[in-house]
Design a protein around this ligand. Structure first.
Ligand code: FAD
Ligand code: FES
Length: 263
């Protein structure tokens, strides 16, 4: 199926789908053609088999892709019917997805960058961190979760060769107690950044965007909206802009210049 110049429908096969936390799953799919062209920060729109009445696809970002093995790694929270059925897929099961959707991170060489993720915002932020390290930057990572059992990504962040990795939990069950923004403020007072990338709860991204803007530092934010089509046809994913009007999260985003968003 051809949707526009870049979004196509691809079949995929599940390589593994394992529980890695409380309601958090790590899915690895085989989708060779897409694995070689999807860019960090872009997303895929999954058809999850099993319920003919559930026709809306599930938009998911990815943590890593490997053109050599043809695989893509995702991490998702089972929050509703679609993601619950996704969690039931086993190795060898197959379905289809639309991708690569949207615009990803603007990755370029530069100075020190700070990557800030909360909750299930970790996968696209890890993909950004990896690309920024590959671009020659020093990258610090802040990972936030409600509690230790819902935390994922620390091992992966450490494996990237990132500068400093700070983990925060709201309840203090692991790492620093409190919101990710406390760690961001601490790092900002110790280091000089020229880029911040963030994905997670809206309130966290808005706070991170304000810290970056006050310091005159560029901030890119990957937004989440309810999505029906995923390719610009339905207007369900509007993002209010600071200058007025709306943009489509699925086509203009999900990564936006944080200064342009009406938080
Ligand atoms: C670009 C993009 C990338 C995403 N990447 C990831 C990811 O890497 N990992 C991950 O766990 N989740 C990600 N999400 C969120 C994921 O798409 C939703 O959790 C999922 O669609 C919920 O579907 P469901 O049928 O299980 O839940 P539903 O029964 O539809 O809803 C359950 C709950 O999830 C909320 N929800 C539903 N759809 C979305 C949505 N599109 N965005 C945010 N909240 C939603 C509902 O408001 C409700 O509270 C992403 C969303 C977008 C837009
Ligand atoms: S999801 Fe339909 S326009 Fe964005």
């Amino acid at each position: 199926m051809h949707l526009d110049a870049k979004v196509h429908q691809y079949d995929f096969t599940v390589v593994s789908n394992e529980r890695v936390g409380d309601g958090i799953f790590r899915l690895v799919i085989s989708c060779p053609e897409l694995a070689s062209l999807i860019l960090p920060g872009q997303f895929m729109n999954f058809r999850v088999p099993g319920d003919a009445s559930h026709i809306v696809r599930i938009p998911l970002s990815f943590a890593s892709s490997d053109a050599g093995t043809g695989t893509i790694e995702l991490v998702y929270a089972a929050v509703g019917e679609g993601t619950r059925r996704l969690s039931l897929l086993e190795a060898g099961d197959g379905s289809d997805l639309l991708g690569p959707c949207g615009h990803g991170w603007n990755v370029r060489p530069g100075g020190r960058a700070l990557c800030v993720a909360g909750g299930v915002g970790v996968p696209p932020v890890l993909a950004a961190a990896r690309a920024l390290v590959q671009a020659g930057r020093t990258v610090d990572v802040v990972l936030g979760a409600q509690t230790a059992s819902r935390l994922w990504g620390e091992t992966d962040a450490l494996a990237l060769g990132a500068g400093e990795v700070i983990v925060c939990t709201d309840d203090g069950s692991y790492g620093m107690r409190g919101f990710a923004t406390i760690a961001v403020e601490k790092l900002f007072s110790a280091n000089e950044y020229d880029l911040v990338v963030t994905c997670g709860p809206n309130v966290m991204m808005g706070a991170v965007a304000r810290i970056a803007e006050d310091a005159g530092v560029e901030c890119q934010a990957s937004l989440e909206r309810m999505m029906t089509c995923g390719f610009g046809a339905c207007s369900t994913c509007n993002v209010a802009m600071r200058a007025g009007g709306y943009k489509a999260c699925c086509m203009d985003g999900p990564v936006f210049d944080a200064k342009e968003v009406a938080w």
